[in-house]
Design a protein around this ligand. Sequence first.
Ligand SMILES: [Zn+2]
Length: 58
Amino acid sequence: MAECKECGNEADKLVSVKVDGKAKKMCEDCADRVREEAEVAKESESVIQGMMGFKGRR
Ligand SMILES: [Zn+2]
């Protein structure tokens, strides 16, 4: 058993996921969550860029 550094739970195995360019070891539950959060962050970033672009044109 290994301890997940993200949620503190013990997991059968840890997977390594890249977060902000750094590889982090975490359980699969956390890995799924982090991947989802990364997708959302990417989307909201493009929304903000779109808003800034809109502002810039005015
Ligand atoms: Zn975890």
